[in-house]
Design a protein around this ligand. Structure first.
Ligand code: FES
Length: 361
């Protein structure tokens, strides 16, 4: 006992010290890169071109995958130039399907969306986290549903349409899908097929920038809503798209039951408040002081200066970016509220610097 007190007296700690899971992961990974006892990994078994700048990745997950609900998103982690980067993508497939699908549109300046579209090939393995999100159908299905999608915001809505089909829904669904041009319509053949096979669904593609014969042109307006959804007042609404569309939809639909999922483009904030001058941000763990403009989220401004704290969804959902603010004030961009000056945890992806700050980073 005296010779090996650590082993005998603290067997649990000793086992942890040996890191059996990490060793198991190492050996399993040598057998098959998808195998792991700690991480949900998925092999890319197919890639489909949806549009010139969007691809669907068909994924075979390992045994740690716990499933998902239609409309939920999943964190996807890739290694880019030695740095592990995570982004959230909605699952475009249905939970009953054998394989998972995420559909990723390249975003200007989007690190992971560009990496996946350019570099990922069949056979590659991606790290996934658990699916999450509240953008799902309620247990009691509404009689009338309006689905508003913008750009790549169609992906969770596509999964929801498949879910309604699987549930033998017999109400009435209108999908208004806003895109720049007909060439930007993602998952079109699948959406058209669901519409063809289900009388409850009416799909209207609405082109905002490049008109085409046979297609409706326009933007999200009250007139468009009145035209396609005469019973708007008794309709449940799901909205998924970029923030300008989201804001517009929420203002037009005030007072109605609306579920929304926001897609932020890189560098885009929930509110655009401009601030003069710069503020000092002291990073207490790395003993660095940097100047930021306080124009965008702290996360965006740190990354611009080559500092990459942990992040995930970049829209205030996953809490991956939470860090301790030790001093100073920030504005929460999701609700416009200004914080106190004292110590508190903040989500740096949706916080803008209001004053000099001290962060535990
Ligand atoms: S990165 Fe997800 S909450 Fe900030």
């Amino acid at each position: 006992m005296k010779t090996f007190p650590f082993i005998y007296n603290q067997p649990k700690e000793f086992l942890n010290f040996l890191q059996p899971k990490e060793w198991a992961d190492f050996f399993l990974g040598e057998l098959n890169p998808r195998f792991s006892v700690t991480t949900t990994k998925a092999k890319v078994i197919d890639i489909k071109e949806e549009t010139a700048d969007a691809k669907t990745f068909v994924l075979k997950p390992n045994w740690l995958w716990k499933g998902f609900l239609s409309g939920q998103h999943v964190p996807v982690t890739v290694e880019i130039a030695g740095r592990r980067v995570t982004r959230f993508y909605s699952l475009s497939s249905h939970p009953n399907e054998k394989y998972l699908q995420i559909t990723v549109k390249r975003q200007k300046g989007g690190l992971v969306s560009n990496f996946l579209n350019q570099n990922t090939k069949k056979g590659d393995v991606l790290d996934l986290g658990e699916a999450s999100g509240e953008f799902v159908l309620s247990k009691e299905l509404p009689k009338e549903l309006l689905l508003l999608a913008g750009g790549s915001g169609i992906t969770p809505i596509h999964s929801i349409l498949k879910d309604l089909q699987a549930l033998n829904y017999n109400g009435k669904v209108t999908l208004l899908y806003f895109v720049r041009s007909v060439d930007d319509i993602i998952l079109k053949s699948s959406i058209d097929l669901i519409e063809k096979n289900n009388q409850w669904l009416t799909v209207q593609y609405i082109l905002s920038d490049v008109p085409k014969e046979g297609f409706v042109s326009g933007f999200l307006t009250k007139e468009i809503l009145d035209q396609y959804v005469p019973n708007l007042k008794s309709t449940s609404v799901y909205v998924c798209g970029p923030s300008p569309m989201q804001t517009k939809a929420l203002s037009l639909l005030e007072g109605l039951p609306v579920k929304s999922e926001l897609f932020l483009l890189p560098g885009q904030n929930l509110t655009n408040v401009k601030k003069e001058g710069t503020v000092d941000v002291y990073l207490s763990l790395s003993h660095k002081t940097i100047q930021v403009k306080g124009e965008r989220s702290i996360l965006d401004e740190l990354e611009e200066q080559g500092i990459y704290p942990q992040s995930g969804c970049r829209m205030g959902i996953c809490h991956t970016c939470v860090c301790k603010k030790q001093a100073g004030a920030v504005t929460d961009l999701s609700n416009g509220e200004k914080s106190q000056l004292g110590e508190e945890n903040i989500q740096i992806c949706v916080s803008r610097a209001e004053s000099n700050l001290e962060l535990e980073l």
